[in-house]
Ligand binder design. Structure first.
Ligand code: C5P
Length: 232
């Protein structure tokens, strides 16, 4: 898969989401469905968006015992999504079980990527609550290498980490990067951001863009600007 822009559809209902996607007319952006929408509407929203011809990154961040994750991944795989994810903190056994569950009888499977440390976790909370005392940048890179060794396809990371992840895990190991803002746009609650063009320059494979598109007065124009800057 080549570089692409993934639109984070962080809406609370199917109606809002479909109304938003209707604006794109013939275009079919790659869509991210997160916990809020999935828990509100269930697998039917995935089927509906898929039936409209979109690729889907189902961002549910699984983390449980290997057997449970394996079975849950088998269900998600039957939904025909394109990318799913889990927490690398679930360990190698869980990631390997996830891959097994995800693999369809014909050998195909959605891409599987790992969340390393959430960007909401900082050094202090990681040390205090998780008793992990290494520098957080090293922890993130360790999780990326562990995910790669388990056979995963990539990680969700900041565009600021994308180059380091590629250095450590190879250029084919995908970096899916949120935290993207236009140079002249609102940063909102994102702290460390890059523009789509900068994300391209550092080698991000996919950018995940939410509010700069969903909250824009012209969402289709904002999406096209992202594509132009990131894919070119
Ligand atoms: O609206 P915005 O562009 O900030 O949306 C970014 C999307 O990426 C949201 O769905 C957010 O949950 C997700 N995300 C993130 N930072 C991470 C992981 C996921 O912003 N570290």
């Amino acid at each position: 898969m080549g570089k692409d822009v993934i639109v984070a559809c962080d809406f609370a209902s199917a109606a809002q989401t479909l109304q938003f996607l209707d604006k794109f007319k013939g275009r079919k952006p790659f869509v991210k469905i997160g916990m809020e929408l999935y828990y509100a509407e269930g697998p039917e929203i995935v089927r509906q968006i898929k039936a409209r011809g979109h690729k889907i990154f189902l961002d549910l961040k699984l983390h449980d015992i290997p057997n449970t994750v394996k079975k849950a991944m088998a269900v998600l795989s039957r939904l025909d999504v394109d990318i799913v994810n889990l927490h690398a903190a679930g360990t190698t056994a869980m990631m390997e079980a996830a891959l097994q569950g995800l693999t369809r009888p014909d050998g195909t499977r959605p891409l599987l990527i790992a969340v390393t440390q959430l960007t909401s976790t900082d050094q202090e909370s990681m040390e205090r609550d998780l008793l992990i005392r290494e520098p957080i940048a090293d922890v993130v890179m360790h999780y990326a290498r562990t995910a790669k060794a388990a056979g995963l396809d990539g990680v969700v990371c900041s565009p600021l980490e994308a180059a380091k992840v590629h250095d450590a895990c190879g250029v084919d190991f995908l970096t899916v990067t949120p935290g993207v803002r236009f140079a002249d746009g609102d940063v909102g609650d994102q702290k460390r951001v890059m523009t789509p063009a900068q994300a391209k320059a550092v080698g991000s494979d996919y950018i995940v863009v939410g509010r700069p598109i969903t909250a824009a007065s012209d969402p289709v124009g904002a999406y096209e600007r992202c594509i132009e800057e990131f894919v070119g």
